[in-house]
Design a protein. Structure first.
Length: 257
C-alpha cells in the first residue's frame, strides 16, 4: 500500500526555471521522440501555411525539436527559451540537423523583440499557464501578438482542461535513467484552477521537482486572444487539423488584425 506523500511547501512561481534547468525535465515532461517531433513540425507547418522566407518564432522552443524542421524549409527560425539547458539542447539539435536557427534566452511574458517582426509565433506542447496569475499569462499572448506582423498568425497548442482534470488526482512512479525512483502526484485545485504536480524522491520522501499549471478553458482562451487583438480563426483537436470536439489537445489559431 502506498502512503500519502508527507507535507511539502507550496509550489513557488520559480518552478519553471528549476524544473527545466535539468535534463530530467525531458524525461519527466514526456517530450515526444524525434520522429514524432518531425511529424508535428510538418503538421504545424501545414496548419499555418508556412513558406520559405517566413520568419517564425517558437516561444518557448525547449530543445528545438520543431524549430529545426522549419529552418530546413528555408524559414528564418527563431527560438526563445528561459532555460540555458534547453537552449544548449536546441543548439545541439540544430547542429545535428546542420541548420542555422536563432536562439535567444528570454522570458515569454517579456519578449526581447521589436514590434511586428514575425510572420508566425507558436507556443507548443502545453507551455502555457506556467505563470502565477492570469495577468501574467495574458502577457504571454499579448507579447506574442505585439511581435507579430499585421496579418500574422499565433498558434497555441495546449491541453483540454476537462481531460486534464479527469486524469487528476494522479499518484504514480517514474524511474529516471540513472535508476532514481520518483513518486509523481498531480492534483487539481478548484480554488486556483491550477494543476499542481510534484515529483518526490522515493528514498528520502523529499520533493525534487514541482510544476504548477493554470488550466484555461476554451472560453477563457478566446477572451485572452481577443484582448491581445487576435482574431480566432480555428480551434483544432490535433495537429492533423481535426476540428476540436473535446479532444485531449486544444490548438487555437489566431490572426493579428
Ligand atoms: C514543455 S517545454 C516545451 C518546449 C517546446 N515548445 C517543445 O515542444 O519541445 C516548456 C519550455 O518552456 C520554457 N519556459 C518556462 N517558463 C518560461 C518563461 N517564462 N519564458 C520562456 N521560457 C520558459 C522551459 O524552459 C521549457 O523549455
Amino acid at each position: 500500500m502506498t502512503t500519502p506523500p508527507s507535507w511539502q511547501p507550496p509550489i513557488g512561481p520559480e518552478w519553471p526555471h528549476e524544473f527545466f534547468a535539468s535534463p530530467d525535465a525531458l524525461v519527466l515532461g514526456g517530450f515526444p521522440d524525434e520522429d514524432t517531433s518531425r511529424q508535428e513540425a510538418e503538421q504545424v507547418a501545414a496548419l499555418i501555411g508556412l513558406r520559405a522566407g517566413m520568419v517564425v518564432a517558437d516561444i518557448p522552443c525547449g530543445p528545438g525539436r520543431h524549430l529545426v524542421h522549419w529552418a530546413r524549409r528555408g524559414c528564418c527560425a527563431v527560438g526563445l527559451d528561459a532555460s540555458p539547458y534547453m537552449l544548449r539542447a536546441a543548439a545541439a539539435t540544430a547542429e545535428r540537423y546542420a541548420v542555422h536557427v536563432h536562439l535567444v534566452r528570454g522570458l515569454m511574458e517579456r519578449l526581447p523583440f521589436g514590434r511586428e517582426v514575425f510572420d508566425v509565433v507558436v507556443n507548443l506542447f502545453n507551455s502555457f499557464g506556467y505563470l502565477p496569475d492570469d495577468a501574467a499569462n495574458q502577457r504571454v499572448i499579448t507579447e506574442a501578438a505585439r511581435c507579430l506582423k499585421r496579418g500574422g498568425l499565433f498558434l497555441l497548442d495546449t491541453r483540454n482542461p476537462v481531460a486534464q482534470i479527469l486524469c487528476a488526482p494522479l499518484d504514480d512512479w517514474v524511474l529516471l535513467p540513472q535508476g532514481r525512483l520518483l513518486r509523481v502526484t498531480a492534483t487539481y485545485l478548484r480554488a486556483t484552477k491550477r494543476l499542481e504536480v510534484q515529483w518526490i524522491e522515493a528514498d528520502r520522501g523529499q520533493r525534487v521537482y514541482a510544476a504548477s499549471l493554470r488550466l484555461y478553458n476554451l472560453e477563457e482562451l478566446k477572451g485572452m486572444f481577443a484582448r491581445a487583438g487576435l482574431r480566432l480563426e480555428a480551434v483544432y483537436g490535433d495537429f492533423a487539423g481535426t476540428t476540436f470536439a473535446g479532444h485531449l489537445q486544444m490548438i487555437l489559431l489566431g490572426r493579428k488584425g
